[in-house]
Design a protein around this ligand. Structure first.
Ligand code: MG
Length: 237
C-alpha cells in the first residue's frame, strides 16, 4: 500500500512489520462523542462560555481541566478557578450520565475479532479516567482486552496531544514505532500518535471534515469503521 511505503520512507524505518494495534476508545470503540459533546456544551454554557459541539470534537482527548481553561481564557480572558473547573466538570459528568447508554461503534467488534485472530496484540490508549473500564470493555468486547494492555489517564502525566500515551504503549508492548498501528478518531489523538512516529489511521466517526484528520497527520482517513474493516487486509494479512 502506498501510504505504508510513504510512511516507512518518511521516517527512514527499516520496514513496516505489524505486531500490535493501538486503539483509542471514545469515538473508536464507543459511539460516545455525541453525548460528550452534548454534556460539554450544556455545562460550559451554564458558566457563560459559548462552547460548541464543534469545539468539543476539535478538543477531544484533552483533559477536562485543560479544555475548561482554554475556553475560559478565550471567552473571559482568564483561567478558570479550581472551584469553577470542579463545578463545570462535575456538571458535565452529570449531563453525560443522563444520556442514553453508550453503544459500540458499528463494525468495530468484527474488526477487533479479526485482528485478534491474526495473532496481533491489541492495546487500548485512552485519556479516559473511568475506574471500571476493563469490565465495561469486557461486557461489549468479550476476550479482546487485557489489564496489562491498557494505557489510561492514570498512566500518563501529559496526555494527548502529547505523544506520551502512545510512547508508553510502545514501551509496554516492547515494540518499535514501525511495528505498531494506531486507530484514532480525533485530531489531537492523531497528533499524539503521529508524534510517537506510529502509522496512524483515522476513522471519521464524528462531525469534523476528513481534512482535519489528514491535516493532523493521519496517513489514512476512512469515513467510517466499516470501510476500515473492508480494507484491513491492506495493512495486515
Ligand atoms: Mg477518540
Amino acid at each position: 500500500m502506498d501510504e505504508i511505503a510513504r510512511f516507512v520512507q518518511k521516517h527512514k524505518f527499516p520496514r513496516f512489520d505489524l505486531k500490535a494495534v493501538f486503539f483509542d476508545m471514545d469515538g473508536v470503540l464507543f459511539d460516545s462523542m455525541k453525548y460528550h459533546a452534548y454534556a460539554w456544551v450544556k455545562a460550559m454554557r451554564a458558566s457563560g462560555i459559548p462552547f460548541t459541539e464543534y469545539d468539543c470534537y476539535m478538543n477531544e482527548g484533552r483533559t477536562g481541566e485543560s479544555t475548561i481553561n482554554e475556553f475560559s481564557i478565550k471567552y473571559r480572558g482568564h483561567e478558570a478557578t479550581e472551584a469553577e473547573i470542579e463545578s463545570i466538570y462535575s456538571l458535565k459528568s452529570r449531563y453525560f450520565e443522563s444520556c442514553p447508554a453508550v453503544e459500540p461503534i458499528p463494525a468495530v467488534l468484527p474488526l477487533l475479532k479479526k485482528i485478534k485472530e491474526q495473532g496481533l496484540d491489541i492495546f487500548i490508549v485512552t485519556g479516559s479516567a473511568q475506574k471500571s473500564l476493563l469490565s465495561r470493555l469486557n461486557h461489549y468486547f468479550p476476550n479482546i482486552f487485557e489489564k496489562d494492555k491498557m494505557i489510561t489517564a492514570f498512566d500518563v502525566k501529559r496526555g494527548k496531544p502529547d505523544p506520551e500515551p502512545y510512547l508508553i504503549a510502545l514501551k509496554k508492548a516492547q515494540l518499535e514505532p514501525w511495528q505498531a498501528l494506531v486507530i484514532e478518531n480525533a485530531p489531537l489523538g492523531v497528533q499524539s500518535a503521529v508524534g510517537a512516529k506510529i502509522l496512524t489511521i483515522a476513522v471519521n466517526t464524528g462531525i469534523l471534515e476528513n481534512k482535519v484528520l489528514a491535516d493532523a497527520g493521519a496517513e489514512v482517513v476512512f469515513p467510517n469503521m466499516n470501510t476500515l474493516l473492508k480494507h484491513w487486509n491492506d495493512f495486515y494479512e
